[in-house]
Design a protein around this ligand. Structure first.
Ligand code: IFG
Length: 541
């Protein structure tokens, strides 16, 4: 029997083994450590059908075809090629197809018609002789590539591996997301994160089909983006961080680079300048922003609520207008986040008046205002977005604001704040909202989280990672994974097809891939992690 034929028979047995356990149905708790899932795709696609036939083998002869006149399909095909073979001599060739792609090829096209998959959906069909990925729009192709990536064996992620045939199981997938807003927030104010770490985080968001990156750019401990008209904000306000470290800030070029890097991966950047509270770094940079005209010292602690802009001074609104104008000009996305959380130094009336004035400024610069849920007390324009975070409030104002036309993004702190400890033994993180294990991050439904809110008012979910105790990319990865993968599934997959017992097994299959990617993930005892090829752990990036 020829090598290729032997390979097929092996993959046929593997496919049958995998397909057979599909008939068993979701495994009963607790799944044994060696239980293999039907497939390892996270988030779970809308519909997955494993075919018993042979899968496809990607090898050095494989070519990726795209139709002529579709530059986005070609760009995404090159991205896929780079994922498969990290270096040019091993990456599959990308070719513009004159006619129908030949057998033995991968093809990408945005020629899918019909409402079935929408802006971000796709169909992916893998047979023995071809892989066909189709979508209506480039975003759908990109998400289909992420699914194909997760159907390729984990070694595809390990950049130093030798060229080898890569088997993909025979499947038919039709997929599209449940929610439009599938987000993660990174707090770069408490501890500064350099550009390369933010890009790493963006790559990990893209792997899980997340499409919003909310950057918390300012707080009491740091101002992280250069504002040309107020230069001391970055040079002075960005010169330290929690614990007294060197801090840092993004030049406008670096911020624009991050926004473009995210956009190339269909992730919309949402910049946040937190105000009127959480503003000590700005107040320390300009005396005129303080009501008493005295600039306070820089702050490197972790208390909250003690700072506020001087809401009665015109200088403050000139400052806000300059900041919103400069950042909006660098941000193609439609959103500007004004923070609005934890203000203890103003009366409710002063706070509401400030939020309403800032809302006018944000709107004048062509953006939709986003704010933490305290903004629900203000008179919001219909396009405003309220980010629910406080687990213990009655949410009455939020429900009322939604009834009046505001939209909601759900970030309940007692479920998906990634800076909450996993359990009492977790070294990093906080516990003010409780400890949140993986199941708590997964086992809830955004559509029924708030009574009295129309499902159409809920844009989606977002997982914030606050950085009081998180100081580098290893810490970020440890607190974010695996819970961010759970959030990605809550945001993307149909509620009726989600189950904790099946998810935990499918998640366990990520261990070899996440290890090959060098992700410093928390090996939660809730998950039957598949064995990792230990020589991969910590693989270079
Ligand atoms: N709440 C504060 C954050 C941060 C967080 C830590 C919000 C909206 C607690 N505000 O969450 O600045 O300190 O978990």
């Amino acid at each position: 029997m020829g090598a290729r034929a032997r390979r097929f028979s092996t993959s046929l047995l593997a496919a049958l083994a995998v397909a057979s356990c599909a008939r068993v149905g979701p495994p009963a708790e607790p799944a044994g450590p060696t239980e293999r899932p039907v497939h390892g795709v996270i988030p779970l696609p809308s519909s997955v059908q494993l075919d018993p036939g042979d899968g496809f083998t990607v090898d050095s002869a494989t070519v990726i075809f795209v139709p002529s006149g579709d530059p986005e399909a070609e760009r995404i095909a090159r991205y896929l090629s780079g994922l498969i073979g990290p270096s040019p001599e091993r990456a599959p060739e990308v070719r513009v197809a004159a006619g129908p792609p030949p057998p033995g090829s991968i093809s990408l096209a945005t020629d899918l018609r019909g409402p079935v998959v929408g802006e971000e959906g796709y169909t992916l069909v893998v047979t023995a002789d071809r892989i066909t990925l189709r979508a209506q729009r480039p975003a759908g192709l990109f998400y289909g590539v992420q699914t194909l990536r997760q159907l390729l064996p984990p070694e595809v992620e390990y950049t130093a591996a030798y060229p080898r045939p890569l088997r993909v199981p025979a499947v038919r997938i039709a997929d599209q997301p449940r929610f439009a807003w599938r987000g993660a927030m990174l707090d770069v104010a408490r501890h500064f994160a350099p550009v390369e770490d933010v890009k790493r985080y963006i790559d990990l968001l893209a792997l899980h089909k997340l499409n919003r990156l909310h950057l918390h750019l300012s707080d009491d401990q740091g101002w992280r983006i250069d504002i040309r008209s107020w230069p001391d904000l970055a040079t002075h306000g960005g010169s330290t961080e929690v614990g007294g470290g060197p801090g840092g800030y993004y030049t406008q070029e670096q911020y624009a680079d991050l926004v473009a890097y995210a956009r190339d991966r269909f992730i919309v950047a949402v910049p946040e300048i937190d105000m009127p509270g959480h503003t000590n770094a700005a107040l320390a940079s300009y005396p005129e922003l303080n009501c008493d005209g005295i600039a306070p010292p820089l702050y490197t602690g972790t208390e909250v609520g003690f700072s506020t802009l001087c809401v009665h001074s015109d200088t403050t609104y000139r400052f806000v207008d300059d900041v919103v104008r400069e950042i909006s000009a660098l941000t193609p996305g439609p959103y500007f986040h004004v923070g609005g959380d934890e203000v203890e130094e103003l009366t409710p009336e002063e706070y509401v008046r400030f939020i309403e004035r800032v809302q006018e400024i944000v709107t004048s610069h062509g953006k939709r205002m986003v704010g933490w849920d305290e903004i629900a007390a203000a008179d919001l324009t219909p396009g405003a977005v309220i980010q629910l975070w406080r687990p213990d409030t009655a949410h009455i104002e939020i429900i009322e604001a939604a009834r009046r036309g505001a939209s909601l993004v759900l970030s309940p702190a007692d479920r998906i704040y990634l800076d909450m400890k996993y359990d009492s033994a977790t070294v990093l993180g906080l516990t003010w909202a409780g400890v949140t294990d993986l199941r708590r991050a997964y086992d809830w439904d955004p559509a029924t989280f708030l009574r009295g809110v129309a499902p159409s008012a809920i844009l989606g979910v977002e997982a914030p990672l606050w950085a009081e105790t998180v100081g580098n990319i290893r810490d970020i990865e440890h607190m974010a994974f695996p819970r961010l993968a759970a959030v990605a599934e809550v945001a993307w997959s149909p509620a009726e097809s989600r189950s904790w017992s099946e998810f935990r097994t499918r998640l366990g299959a990520q261990a070899p891939r996440w290890s090959a990617l060098g992700i410093n993930f928390y090996r939660s005892p809730e998950v039957p992690w598949l064995p990792e090829a230990l020589w991969w752990r910590g693989g270079e990036r």
